[in-house]
Design a protein. Sequence first.
Length: 163
Amino acid sequence: MEFAEYVTRQRPALMRFATVLTCQTWLAEDLVTDVLGRAFERWDRISVMAQPNAYVRRMVVNDYLSWRRRLARSSPRADVEPATEGLSDGADERAERDAMIRRLGGLPRKQRAAVVLRYYAGLPDEEIAAELGCKVTTVRSQISRALAALRIDLTTSAYQEIS
């Protein structure tokens, strides 16, 4: 498969994956662009692999994990609440998705990566462990902790809405 054909077919899926992983569209765009640039340089080796998409997805995860660390050290932080009122289209699904992405954004990067690989990419524990470079038991504990944190955040949010 030619690189241009691969990008045409897989870039939308990689963008969706990276957007869920990073919780920010602009960061996902940068991440996918950087990864595809590096993949182009190595395409002669990647294209002959049994699963080139799995390899490129692993590149996205690795780049996210390392890039996120650099970004956390270099970007200023502020406690600004995003405006959730006044959604112009009124689509409940979009608001719910945005709220979940915000909740995912509050997780540590390894937990978020494990949750996204499990529930968004649909990978089993063994493949997630291979992508993250850790043991299967670590993947399970990361996902368990992430889900517990998301449950706590969800119940706290629901309690605040009632009050």
